[in-house]
Ligand binder design. Structure first.
Ligand SMILES: Cc1cc2nc3c(=O)[nH]c(=O)nc-3n(C[C@H](O)[C@H](O)[C@H](O)COP(=O)(O)OP(=O)(O)OC[C@H]3O[C@@H](n4cnc5c(N)ncnc54)[C@H](O)[C@@H]3O)c2cc1C
Length: 468
């Protein structure tokens, strides 16, 4: 019986890729929609600029970053990469909008020593506060409370809150410290302060995934982030081509799973067109919210744990204006929640790619989507709000010559306080009930592209699938 992968986003596609590399000879990938790639969607416009509807950049660092670069290398996509190097204006200039103005965040050691608005004292002083702050032993806490305790109010308000908005469109007051700062949190819990932990671990390097040619190049050339010349969708498109050339993989579009029934030796997958198919093992790359109702009849307890993982909706507004209108080139800016603007932030796409016009992406809503825009806002209303805030923040008064509005429902999971404990319970339930089910994708072990690719690799490495 074949192994089945549910969902054909980047996580499902890479799970199929790694299974194939492991010599698995019978793989089916079921995707509900008529395309692969999931949230990764790059729309080329008439004048060659690209509107990214979902993710746009990937970080090259750490094991997850190295792993993705090795994959890109293996797929022969190295030449298609568009790196953004550490010394470029785009990498150096990340801003926040506070008190009616855009402020560059400190990006050099010397800038840590200066008073830079909106901070009232040099950032280094905030960081040194860690040395004299007593530890508080807790199981988990919000990233906001943790940074506030260790570094003060301003770091929590102006650095961490906007950062969490930028990464997961979430509320730092609810997102777990383990989401982004697990190591720092562990240092405090173990050694009493972050600084002491860093000193103790300075020579203690984690085991690293061996770097391929591209990962070495990224390190040598000091890449900050990267994308692809034709947009991030280059990666899932190439994976689809690669997988479809294999006789061992059956790629199925328009196959929407409606129920999963686990049996003694495998699982029966029911589709919404009434068909059912037996498989030996299920790898689900579906979001926890999508998976929960599929198993609810047979495993309500597991469904309830999956439903503990909450999701937010994001409005993504791609805009193109004639000419070059960005005064201070950079990656873009984020808006702290206390600023009362309706947008989460703006990405300056035309600074990352060299387009002939100004291309921006405005991110809206997230944790605050329903409270700001109601349950079912119309696209035109979101566009109006986005344009108003772009005018306020960037003084762009002209009308866009091109735009696209997308409302991405439940697109980003929120790793709120208690996420790790819930995840542990989910894993334990699957193990004790001997379910032939493995989980990958953004709901569990990290929400970025790198994380979900690594989660697929780990699933394939850790489970003993029958080969064939
Ligand atoms: C607006 C936005 C911006 C982002 N920016 C970045 C960024 O810059 N960098 C970064 O690293 N990450 C970013 N991310 C995160 C990144 O997009 C995700 O980590 C990644 O795309 C998740 O991939 P996935 O395969 O796990 O899930 P998905 O892409 O959600 O794929 C799941 C697939 O399952 C299919 N499916 C659903 N229901 C069923 C069913 N019943 N049966 C069969 N198939 C089904 C769906 O159609 C979909 O194709 C961003 C995310 C969003 C939403």
């Amino acid at each position: 019986m074949p192994t089945v992968i549910l969902g054909g986003g980047i996580s499902g596609l890479t799970a199929a890729y790694y299974l194939l590399k492991k010599n698995c000879t019978s793989i089916a990938l079921l995707e509900a929609s008529n395309r692969f790639g999931g949230w990764i969607k790059s729309n080329k416009q008439k004048n060659d600029s690209i509107f990214e509807e979902g993710p746009r950049t990937i970080r090259p660092r750490g094991n997850p970053g190295i792993n993705t670069l090795n994959l890109i290398d293996d797929l022969g996509l190295s030449e298609n990469i568009l790196p953004i190097k550490n010394d470029s204006a785009v990498a150096r200039n990340r801003m926040i909008y506070a008190g009616g103005e855009l402020h560059s965040l400190p990006n050099t050691f010397s800038s840590l020593l200066k008073v830079q608005k909106p901070f009232s004292k040099p950032l280094l002083m905030h960081l040194l506060q860690d040395l004299v702050t007593k530890p508080k032993i807790v199981k988990d806490e919000s990233i906001y409370n943790f940074t506030r305790r260790r570094f003060g109010d301003e770091v929590a308000e102006y650095l961490i809150s906007p950062l969490i908005r930028g990464i997961c469109a979430g509320n730092a007051q609810e997102v777990s410290v383990n989401f982004l700062m697990k190591k720092l949190f562990d240092y405090e819990q173990k050694y009493g302060s972050i600084s002491k932990g860093i000193v103790k671990h300075v020579f203690n390097k984690n085991t690293q995934i061996p770097k391929g040619k591209l990962a070495k190049k990224a390190l040598e050339e000091n890449w900050n982030v990267y994308s692809f010349r034709n947009g991030l969708e280059t990666l899932p498109i190439k994976l689809e081509t690669f997988l479809s050339s294999s006789t061992h993989v059956n790629l199925c579009k328009n196959f929407k799973v409606s129920e999963i029934k686990f049996k003694k030796n495998g699982a029966l997958i029911k589709l919404d067109d009434g068909h059912s198919i037996n498989y030996s093992h299920v790898i689900s790359s579906l979001s926890a919210k999508t998976l929960a109702p599929l198993i609810n009849n047979q495993h309500p307890q597991l469904a309830s744990m999956l439903n503990n993982i909450k999701f937010v909706t994001v409005g993504v507004i791609n805009l193109e204006f004639k000419g070059h209108l960005i005064e201070s080139p950079g990656f873009g800016f984020l808006v702290p929640p206390k600023e009362k603007l309706s947008i989460l932030g703006v990405i300056y796409d035309s600074c990352c790619h060299s387009y002939q016009n100004t291309v921006l992406t405005v991110m809206m809503g997230g944790y605050w989507f329903e409270s700001l825009f109601g349950e079912n806002p119309i696209n035109e209303d979101l566009l109006k709000i986005a344009l108003k805030d772009v005018k306020t923040t960037l003084q762009i008064n002209s009308e866009p010559i091109n735009y696209k509005v997308n409302i991405l429902r439940d697109c980003i999971p929120q790793y709120i306080v208690g996420h790790q404990e819930n995840l542990h319970k989910i894993e334990t339930y699957i193990k004790t009930n001997n379910l032939p089910l493995s989980l990958c994708g953004s709901s569990y072990y990290g929400i970025g592209v790198n994380d979900v690719i690594l989660s697929s690799k780990n699933v394939v490495e850790n489970v003993n699938f029958s080969v064939g």
